[in-house]
Structure formats: structure tokens, C-alpha cells
Design a protein around this ligand. Structure first.
Ligand code: COM
Length: 488
């Protein structure tokens, strides 16, 4: 059985790569052990989406309960364990089914199910049956890094992989690692009434714009999430089950009692399987590839997380497509410029693409900024009461369905947005948003940045009011100036 390419792993990269390969006229075969679509719908992107919705709803019920015409909600029913059960019972299965249907029925791609053994670069064996491919594409994904400290095997210590498996609501969670996954997990557990502490060795979300970071951390502090930076975690303690985390904070030993721990210090590619083929492996365990997703061995490609960061499903899918085109003889290269970053911080989400204000000011002489909200906000917002003298109290920034609701009920957590512009060329340099629903626009904003989109072009777009972000309307307010002004 000979194929043009064997896609080893049917996750986002393998599935999209094989689909593209087939569409171009190739003959792909996917070898997959358990689920087409990979970790996404098991415990990563799709699961996070679901938990984000559930966490946001929990938060909103709490905020709205008993206010104005809203009834008093029974907040005792809020449960992360129940949310996980729903996802296990329905979400995982439904996604799995649709991925299989789409791949095998709609797209008619051949899939062989089972644990594959790579015999050489053209041969894969599954259940004692051999399959031959002119090219081999490795899409084996990644896994969480487990820190080398005592106690990681105690019950109650999790990674994102175990999150959907939660059977009992934790009371006190310590998140080890304050990157995208860790901060996201902290923000998602808190609305379920879990007491959350984040321990980060260096700085949380270091690449994010200062205003956005401040917003996120102010928001988390308001919800009583405790964040400690510059912390060295030494040990996880417990007898069978986790009881506490021991860490060094400012040179002092500190004990953080807990009944659950989320390890989120990063990911490592699953690259071990290709080592016998002589493929070059990088310092961080990644399969080294060029822009065409070719490894150091001709005929072997690596796609998705197996090829190292950025670890995004969207990048994985694109890497698959790029490999497919190259296998088919159409030159194609990965381009990592202007990849949007996104994090869930229920009931909002934060997204950015391009430069932060700090980066822009280092690289450009004349930087202009558009920002919302403006000025001070009242301390105790009450939806039924107008408080004069606060201009930011009437300007919506949040997005999607809760735009105005959160403005009046949201205890000053109504989100923010920021556009960074080079005043000389009038080109945008970066877009930042904390709100709900605006992430969709960042897919297109990313392209606009790439093509050098200007303020003048933005003023010509047709907006739909109220939209999730307000970049068009705000730009139009200053677009007529020859010398652009800040709108802050
Ligand atoms: C989505 C997985 S759940 S995939 O990228 O569509 O394969």
C-alpha cells in the first residue's frame, strides 16, 4: 500500500495537512492512535473554550444575581467538576465523532487506526501491516513539562491533560507557572469558587503590553487570585494526596496549603519517535525544521507542536498545509510574523497582535496610541445609578453580548483596548484588546498589519455597531488629522 505521504499523527497538523494534500491531488494516509483532532478537543483548545464559557457564565451569574430585574441565582450549583463531566460525556465524544466524520467521510481521507511503528522513512507498521509513503510527516504533538521536584506524582497534582478528569471540585488550587496556560487556568478556576494562587519563577505573561498585563492582573487581584512572581517551587507535599506546595519567596521558605496543583511550566515536543531516523532534534526537544517544515532528513517533515513553538492549534494547522504544499512540489514557507496571542480570563478574554506600546516606542520615533476606557471609573458601580463626572462610565469596550451589561454591572472590569500607530507612516503597529469576542477580528487585523494597513484605510471601512472592538470608530475620530493625535 503506497501513499504520497504518511501523516504520522492525526492531530490538527496531520489532519489539515492530509486534507490539503488530498485536495491538491495527493494520496495521503493518516496514522492515528486514538482521536483525530488530537489534544485540542480532549483537553486543550476546544476544552478551554468550553470551560471559558462555563467560567464566564458562573462569573456573570454572580455579578448579575438579584440586580435590576435579574432573579437571584442559585450559586451553589456552580461546579468545575460538573462542567468537566459535561465535557467528558458530551464534548469529547461529539468532537471526536465530527473529526472522524469530516476526515473519513466528507474528505474521504484514509485513516489507519492504531499505534504506528516507524520502520524507516518510507515505512510505517500498524498492527503488523506495513504502509509505504514517499514522504513521512511527523505530527506527534507535545506534552506538558513536569518539573523535577518531589511530589509531582501525588493525587491532586494535574496538568492540562488531567483537567477534564476532575471529579471533585478543588477548594484550593496552586498553579505552578504563570504563562499563558497557567494564568488561563487560574482565571478559569476562580469563578468556580476555587481559591487560586499562582507561583511563577520569573514574570507572568512577560511579552504582553504593560496596560493589558496590568488590566489582567488587576482583574485577577479583584477576584482574589494571588500571584507571586520570582518564586522558586521546591517541593509538592502530601501523603498520597497533595497537601501543600513549598516554595522560596524572596529567599524565604513559604508553604502554600492546597488540595490541587496545576503544573503549567511549559510544553515539550513529542520528538523521541524520530530519533532512530537520524533526524536533528533541537535543545528543547523539538524536531528541527526549516520554513518548509522539512527536517534534516530529506523526505521527512515535522508539523504541529512536534516542530516546537509557537504551540498553537492554528499554527499546527498551517504547518500541516505548508508541508502538504511542499510535498506536492508547490513551494510554501511558514511565516510567523503577526501571529495573534490570546488568553482566556473569564468573563473576558485578552488578545493582541503586533507590537506592544513599549516595543513600538523603542523602534519608532512618533508613536500614537488609541485607548479605551478613559480616565477614572467610579468605585462601586451600580447599574441603576448614574454617577456623573466619570467619562469612562459610558464608553463600552467589552464586546459581544455583554458589552453594556458589564459596563454597568461589571465592577470596573469592562475590558480595554489599545491600538498602536506609527504617526509618520500612519501605519498600525499593534492591536490589543481585553473583552469578549474580539479575538475573531484579530485574525483579520493580523493580515492588515502584515500588509501595512494605515489609519486612512481604516477610516474607509464599514463598521457594524456595537462591535466587539472599536478600532474603526475610534480611528475615524482622529483620522482627519495631518499630524495624528493620541486618543487616550
Ligand atoms: C479541532 C482539532 S478540535 S482540528 O484542528 O480541527 O483537527
Amino acid at each position: 500500500m503506497e501513499y504520497d505521504a504518511i501523516w504520522f499523527g492525526g492531530g490538527a497538523a496531520g489532519r489539515f495537512g492530509a486534507a490539503f494534500h488530498k485536495a491538491l491531488g495527493g494520496k495521503p494516509l493518516i496514522v492515528e492512535m486514538c482521536h483525530l483532532g488530537g489534544q485540542c478537543h480532549q483537553n486543550r483548545c476546544a476544552f478551554e473554550n468550553f470551560i471559558y464559557d462555563q467560567a464566564s457564565m458562573a462569573d456573570l451569574l454572580r455579578l448579575y444575581s438579584g440586580k435590576s430585574w435579574y432573579p437571584k441565582f442559585n450559586l451553589k450549583n456552580i461546579s468545575m467538576a460538573k462542567a468537566c463531566k459535561t465535557y467528558r460525556d458530551v464534548g469529547q465524544k461529539a468532537f471526536s465523532e465530527v473529526m472522524t466524520y469530516q476526515t473519513t467521510k466528507q474528505l474521504n481521507i484514509e485513516v489507519v487506526w492504531g499505534e504506528g511503528r516507524i520502520i524507516d522513512k518510507n515505512t510505517v507498521e500498524v498492527d503488523e501491516k506495513k504502509y509505504y509513503g514517499k514522504a513521512l510527516v511527523i505530527g506527534t504533538g507535545s506534552r506538558p513539562i513536569i518539573p523535577n521536584i518531589p511530589g509531582t506524582d501525588l493525587r491532586g497534582v494535574m496538568t492540562y491533560i488531567d483537567h477534564p478528569e476532575i471529579r471533585k471540585d478543588p477548594k484550593r488550587l496552586v498553579v505552578i507557572g504563570g504563562g499563558k496556560i497557567g494564568i488561563g487556568k487560574a482565571a478559569m478556576f476562580r469563578p468556580f469558587g476555587v481559591d487560586v494562587t499562582v507561583l511563577e519563577k520569573y514574570t507572568c505573561l512577560p511579552k504582553w503590553d504593560k496596560d493589558v498585563r496590568e488590566f489582567i492582573f488587576r482583574n485577577l487581584a479583584l477576584r482574589k487570585v494571588k500571584i507571586h512572581e520570582g518564586v522558586e517551587v521546591k517541593e509538592i507535599r502530601g501523603k498520597g494526596r497533595v497537601k501543600s506546595v513549598v516554595a522560596e519567596v524572596n529567599g524565604r521558605k513559604k508553604i502554600f496549603p492546597c488540595d490541587a496543583v496545576m503544573l503549567s511550566i511549559g510544553l515539550t515536543p513529542n520528538s523521541e519517535i524520530v530519533k532512530p531516523l537520524g533526524v536533528k532534534i533541537g535543545d528543547n526537544n523539538e524536531i528541527v525544521v526549516n520554513e518548509k517544515m522539512e527536517t534534516s532528513v530529506p523526505g521527512i517533515y515535522a508539523v504541529g507542536d512536534a516542530a516546537g513553538p509557537p504551540y498553537f492549534m492554528a499554527i499546527a494547522r498551517k504547518r500541516g498545509m505548508v508541508a502538504a504544499k511542499n510535498i506536492f512540489g508547490m513551494e510554501s514557507k511558514m511565516d510567523y510574523t503577526f501571529v495573534p496571542e490570546h488568553i482566556y480570563t473569564p468573563p473576558l478574554e485578552a488578545t493582541y497582535v503586533g507590537l506592544t506600546e513599549e516595543e513600538a516606542r523603542k523602534q519608532y520615533k512618533n508613536v500614537v496610541v488609541i485607548k479605551l476606557p478613559v480616565g477614572e471609573r467610579p468605585k462601586n458601580v451600580r447599574p441603576e445609578k448614574f454617577i456623573p463626572g466619570y467619562p469612562g462610565n459610558a464608553l463600552p469596550v467589552c464586546g459581544r453580548m455583554h458589552t453594556l451589561n458589564l459596563l454597568y454591572y461589571g465592577k470596573n472590569i469592562n475590558g480595554m483596548l489599545k491600538a498602536i500607530i506609527d504617526a509618520d507612516s500612519r501605519r498600525y503597529l499593534g492591536f490589543h484588546h481585553v473583552g469578549d469576542g474580539a479575538k475573531v477580528s484579530f485574525q483579520y487585523l493580523s493580515h492588515l498589519l502584515k500588509i501595512g494597513w494605515t489609519v486612512d484605510q481604516m477610516t474607509e471601512l464599514n463598521e457594524v455597531f456595537l462591535n466587539a472592538e472599536h478600532f474603526i470608530q475610534l480611528t475615524r475620530l482622529i483620522g482627519g488629522y495631518k499630524e495624528l493625535i493620541d486618543l487616550c
